[in-house]
Design a protein. Structure first.
Length: 176
């Protein structure tokens, strides 16, 4: 399976070209898309451009497919990794509704966060739209703190929504 990180039940493997059609289908689901920065449907060309960006070693993005029982169920990553400031943005979603709320993403995030700090990150941050309460609560359970609100930052489903900024420091994890 070519796992990068695993807890024995779930694993993370790097995103590959063969994943792009499935990822496009997930990202084009209106409910899932409303919670991401994508505001319009994606085509395969868009996915290929995204893959080329995340695969560029100069940009230092680490994107993984979340696997459970040999089934791809979601995507998780540390994006915009900044070696000088030692921070990265965490990005995540589960594509299949039936796998949400079962603890798979919490375990995957814990694996990736631990790895990121082992690689020398000082801070991992996230931007979550204010209506995405499950993701905000998930990050809080993992130790992330509320850092601020960008008011009416995005236009989703016919209305402006706030972005909630959250962060986790390496020292927060050591204190827990």
């Amino acid at each position: 399976m070519n796992a990068f990180l695993s807890d024995g039940d779930i694993s993370l493997r790097p995103v590959e070209r063969r994943d792009l059609e499935q990822l496009r289908r997930w990202r084009n689901d209106p409910e899932l898309r409303s919670r991401t920065r994508e505001w319009k449907p994606l085509n395969l060309h868009n996915q290929m451009q995204w893959f080329d960006r995340i695969s560029d070693p100069k940009r230092k993005n680490h994107m993984f497919v979340l696997m459970h029982s040999e089934i791809a169920i979601g995507v998780i990553g540390l994006c915009g990794w900044n070696d000088h400031d030692r921070h990265a943005e965490i990005s995540f979603y589960i594509g299949y509704m039936e796998y949400r709320g079962k603890g798979f993403m919490k375990r995957a995030l814990a694996l990736l966060i631990a790895w990121g700090f082992q690689q020398g990150l000082h801070r991992i941050w996230a931007e979550i739209y204010d209506f995405n309460v499950p993701s905000i609560q998930l990050l809080e359970r993992l130790g992330f703190s509320y850092e601020g609100r960008q008011r009416q930052h995005a236009f989703r489903d016919g209305r402006f929504v706030d972005s909630i900024m959250m962060g986790l420091l390496a020292s927060d994890r050591k204190a827990a």
